[in-house]
Write a protein that binds this ligand. Structure first.
Ligand code: AHR
Length: 498
């Protein structure tokens, strides 16, 4: 069968904010201890950071990393993680029933992010704490000096302010599992007051208010309306979180779950713009989709993990080939909303529901989902195009009218490249994508890369790290301004043109 698309240089949706390719490191499981930090590792530097991991992160070109949580942040005392390491307390982390040794804190993480060529997106604790601690953390990180908290930073060896630009006002405060869970009004009020004061300390920062933890939350979308009615004038973004999975082993429905992400984004945009209209505001609040991924493989195993360990093996999903297709669809969906989704964080980055896996003291390797993220981050920069797409469709248990081909194009004018990303959801066979690109003068194919595997459940492991890897595609060509490319059955495709 055939899918058709038209891309015209005149029809541009939006410039991609590079922060769409953000990620997330939480004090959770082996993300920090055993992941980015492992002083016993042969590649560790003087801070204990693993350089094999830093190399893999650099490769992904992640411009911003959210930190330190997640659910963890809602019980976190950031002061425990600064100053001389030997006098830092070991605390119970109630979010993940683990021990937090506080060997890594704000300053170390900023240093790590710098090495990984990333900025930090910092979250403050609005679960057990409030305005004062949030204000103090902004002062500690961003104020140049001459005040108690900024001088404390200097006394810890960091003369220059960290200049952290993006701050999250808590985490998932709508979730009953959250330490210090709040109603929308309770959260809206504290977020508004914390936001005001944080900006009085540093007026250059950008703030993210907590939105819903998923489209299935009972309080969605009233949560967004109420929170934004309180915070609208003080924040730049509202957050969205969403995780997907194939619990029922129903591939047709699983591959279609990006339609939920699409619906969720459209609904949050509507909520933002409703509050904008109600307030007669000129300002537009955008979206920070600061947790998204596939997460389900490890759910059962996590119930068996002994509590109160440092760096326990939690949320260690081993991703299959089919998960990579879903991640590809989710990336395309985020790109299709690049006019309003300005930041997004693949949750997470190392070991915990992550594209990068490590063995304590040993190997590191790329999971299947590493590849669609790598391709989107490398080639999905520039202008997202308004693409008109006609694809055959299917119905499944969870969705109707699911396009067999999920696709989007990004034009990088600086590099003179146009890139088409496409997932073929068909379980029946290959699909030919015919793409009218007449408006792009003399464009020709640079390369066609495909992620495809005969076994949907194939995974990359320490023993077989290259089981699922991208390969060159066959036969993509441009004739008279018409790009023709064969999308193999169940595949992720990247076609680069110049
Ligand atoms: O990313 C894992 C967890 O998922 C985060 O801690 C929390 O915010 C979300 O529920």
């Amino acid at each position: 069968s055939i899918a058709r698309m038209t891309i015209d240089p005149q029809y541009q949706l939006a410039e991609v904010d590079p922060r769409l390719y953000g990620s997330f490191i939480e004090h959770l499981g082996r993300a920090v201890y055993g992941g980015i930090y492992d002083p016993s590792h042969p590649t560790a530097d003087e801070f204990g950071f693993r350089h094999d991991v830093i190399e893999l992160v650099r490769d992904l070109q992640v411009p911003i990393v959210r930190y330190p949580g997640g659910n963890f942040v809602s019980g976190y005392r950031w002061e425990d993680g600064v100053g001389p390491v030997e006098s830092r307390p070991q605390q119970l982390d109630l979010a993940w029933r683990s021990l937090e040794p506080n060997r890594i804190g704000v300053n170390e993480f900023v240093a790590w992010a710098r090495q990984a060529n990333s900025d930090v997106m910092m979250a403050v604790n609005l679960g057990t704490r409030g305005i004062d601690e949030a204000k103090q953390l902004v002062e500690y990180c961003n104020h140049p000096g001459g005040s108690y908290w900024s001088d404390l930073r200097r006394s810890h060896g960091y003369q220059e302010p960290h200049r952290i630009q993006v701050w999250c006002l808590g985490n998932e405060m709508d979730g009953p599992w959250q330490i210090g869970h709040k109603t929308a009004d309770e959260y809206g009020r504290i977020a508004e007051e914390a936001a005001k004061v944080m900006k009085w300390v540093d007026p250059t920062i950008e703030l993210v208010a907590c939105g819903s933890s998923g489209s299935k939350m009972a309080t969605f979308p009233e949560w967004e309306r109420i929170v934004l009615e309180h915070t609208y004038d003080h924040v730049e973004y509202i957050s969205m979180h969403s995780y997907y999975g194939n619990r029922k082993n129903d591939l047709a429905s699983y591959l279609a779950q990006s339609l939920d992400m699409d619906y969720f984004i459209r609904s949050v945009i509507a909520a933002c713009d409703y509050v904008k209209a109600k307030k007669r505001s000129n300002k537009t609040v955008n979206i920070s989709f600061d947790e998204w991924n596939v997460w389900f493989h490890s759910n059962e195993a996590d119930k068996q993990v002994e509590p109160w360990q440092v760096g326990p093996p939690l949320l260690e999903d081993v991703y299959t080939f089919e998960d990579a297709l879903v991640v590809g669809c989710l990336l395309i969906t985020l790109l299709k909303h690049a006019d309003r989704v300005k930041m997004a964080c693949l949750a997470q980055l190392v070991n915990v529901i992550a594209p990068i896996m490590t063995e304590n003291g040993g190997a590191s390797w790329k999971q299947t989902i590493y590849y669609p993220f790598l391709h989107a981050s490398r080639y999905g920069r520039g202008k997202v195009m308004h693409c008109s797409v006609q694809s055959p469709k299917y119905d499944c248990k969870e969705f109707t009218d699911v396009p067999l081909v999920e696709t989007v194009a990004v034009w990088n004018q600086e590099m003179g490249e146009l890139t088409v990303f496409a997932v073929n959801r068909s379980q029946d066979g290959g699909i030919e994508l015919q793409c009218d690109i007449r408006g792009f003068d003399r464009a020709s194919v640079i390369e066609h890369t495909v992620l495809v595997h005969s076994n949907l459940k194939a995974v990359n492991t320490k023993e077989h790290p290259h089981e699922v890897t991208p390969q060159p595609g066959q036969g993509a060509r441009v004739d008279d301004g018409l790009l023709t490319v064969q999308l193999p059955k169940l595949s992720w495709n990247v076609v680069r043109l110049r």
